[in-house]
Design a protein around this ligand. Structure first.
Ligand SMILES: Cc1ncc(COP(=O)(O)O)c(CNc2conc2O)c1O
Length: 363
C-alpha cells in the first residue's frame, strides 16, 4: 500500500484473531474450525484473516459467494474453501477447476447441477432446519442423498444454520438441533458435520458436531449481549479505527456546525474536524456517538458529512491530535457493540460497513 495522506485508518490485530479462535476452540471442544471470512472478512480483510485463521489451525475457510472464493484463490490461498451461499450451476466447472467446495442447497439445484457437472465436484449438503434461508427440507434428505449418489458429486459435508443461537431462549435452537440430528441418521459417516455459528460454538458444545463455523467471535465481537454475558473469557476486538484532528477552532455562542445547521454552540466552544465521514462507513446515524481524544470521550456534533465530521472538544487542541473512534485510548474503550446500540442495529454490521476508502493496516 503506497503512502497515504489521510490519517484515517483501521488497524487489524491478527493476534486478536488467534486469541479469539483459541477461545472458540476451547468452548466448542475437539472439533474442526471453519473460519468464516465472507464479506471481506467481515470488513477486516479476508486474505489476512484467512491466513491467520489457517495458521491458528482452521481446517477450512467459508465464504458467501463464488466470487469471494475465487478472490482468495487469486490471492494464493490454497486451503479448502466452502461457498456457503447459492452458487449458480454455471459456476460448477469453475469450482472444479479451482477446487472450491459448493453447497447443495435444494433438490432442484442438485437436479440441475448433476447435468452440468463433470469431474469431482466437492459439495456440502445444506439442510434447512428452521433458518428458512437455504437448504433442503429435512423430509427431502433421502431423496436428495439418492440423487447425489447417482451424480458426479463428492459429498464431503452436511450442515445447517441456527437462527437463534445468540438468544437466551434455546427452544428453536434445540428443535433445529433435533431436526439436524435426525437427518444425520441418513447421511453416512466420514462427513464434516457442522451447524454451530459463533454463538452456538461458544455456548452450546452439544451442537458442535465435528466442526464449527466461526465468524463474528473470531473478529472479537460477541454475537449478542446475551452471549457476551455468558462468556467465560472476553473476546478481543480485532479491529480499531483511528484518525487525527485536522482542524480546530473556537466558535462563539450561537455558531452553527455542519449541514442543516442543526448544531448551534451554546457558549464559546472548541470544535474539532475529523477526516472521516459516511463515505467511510461512519454513518450519519452515528451523530452523537463519542470518540476518544486524550483518553476522554467527546461527542460527534452536527450532521456527519460524506468525508468529515465535527466533535466538541473540552479544550483547545492541536491539529494532529490522535482520535480513536473504535478501540482503546488511555483507560477508555469504544467497541463495535456501542456503535451498534447508537445505530440500533447488530454489531455484525459495524466492521462490515467500513468502506474500502478506509485503509486496513495489519499489526
Ligand atoms: C451459513 C453461516 N454459517 C456461519 C456464519 C457465521 O456466523 P457468526 O458470524 O455468527 O459466527 C454465518 C454468518 N452469517 C451471517 C451473519 O450475519 N448475517 C449473516 O447472514 C453464516 O451465514
Amino acid at each position: 500500500m503506497g503512502k497515504l495522506y489521510r490519517p484515517t485508518r483501521a488497524i487489524i490485530e491478527l493476534d486478536a484473531i488467534a486469541h479469539n479462535l483459541a477461545i472458540i476452540k476451547k468452548a466448542a471442544g475437539d472439533v474442526r474450525m471453519i473460519a468464516v471470512v465472507k464479506a471481506n472478512g467481515y470488513g477486516h480483510g479476508a486474505e489476512a484473516v484467512a491466513r491467520q485463521a489457517l495458521k491458528s489451525g482452521a481446517a477450512l475457510l467459508a465464504v458467501a459467494t463464488p466470487d469471494e472464493a475465487l478472490e482468495l484463490r487469486g490471492q494464493g490461498i490454497d486451503a479448502d474453501i466452502l461457498v456457503m451461499g447459492a452458487s449458480p450451476v454455471s459456476f460448477i466447472p469453475v469450482a472444479v477447476e479451482h477446487n472450491v467446495i459448493l453447497t447443495a442447497y435444494s433438490a432442484d439445484w442438485v437436479r440441475q447441477a448433476r447435468n452440468a457437472a463433470s469431474g469431482d465436484v466437492r459439495i456440502h449438503l445444506k439442510v434447512d432446519t428452521g433458518m428458512g434461508r437455504l437448504g433442503i427440507q429435512p423430509e427431502e434428505t433421502e431423496e436428495v442423498l439418492a440423487m447425489l449418489r447417482r451424480s458426479p458429486f463428492h459429498l464431503e459435508g452436511v450442515f445447517t444454520h441456527f437462527a437463534t443461537a445468540d438468544e437466551a431462549d434455546s427452544d428453536l435452537l434445540n428443535r433445529q438441533g433435533e431436526r439436524f440430528t435426525a437427518v444425520l441418521k441418513h447421511t453416512g459417516t466420514g462427513l464434516l458435520i457442522h451447524a454451530a455459528n459463533s454463538a452456538a460454538a461458544l455456548l452450546h458444545p452439544e451442537f458442535a458436531f465435528n466442526a464449527v463455523r466461526a465468524g463474528i467471535a473470531m473478529y472479537g465481537i460477541a454475537p449478542s449481549a446475551y452471549v457476551e454475558s455468558e462468556l467465560k473469557s472476553p473476546l478481543k476486538p480485532a479491529m480499531s479505527l483511528s484518525t487525527e484532528l485536522v482542524h480546530v477552532k473556537k466558535l462563539p455562542a450561537g455558531s452553527t456546525v455542519s449541514y442543516g445547521a442543526t448544531y448551534v454552540t451554546e457558549k464559546d466552544e472548541w470544535i474539532g474536524t475529523l477526516p472521516i465521514g459516511y463515505a467511510d462507513g461512519l454513518l450519519r446515524g452515528l451523530q452523537g456517538q463519542e470518540v476518544l481524544i486524550r483518553g476522554k470521550r467527546v461527542p460527534i456534533i452536527g450532521r456527519i458529512c460524506m468525508d468529515q465530521c465535527m466533535v466538541r472538544l473540552q479544550q483547545e487542541m492541536p491539529a494532529g491530535e490522535p482520535v480513536q473512534l473504535l478501540g482503546v485510548q488511555g483507560g477508555e474503550q469504544i467497541r463495535a457493540e456501542e456503535w451498534a446500540r447508537c445505530l440500533e442495529t447488530i454489531p455484525y454490521e459495524i466492521p462490515c460497513m467500513l468502506t474500502a476508502r478506509v485503509p486496513r493496516f495489519l499489526r
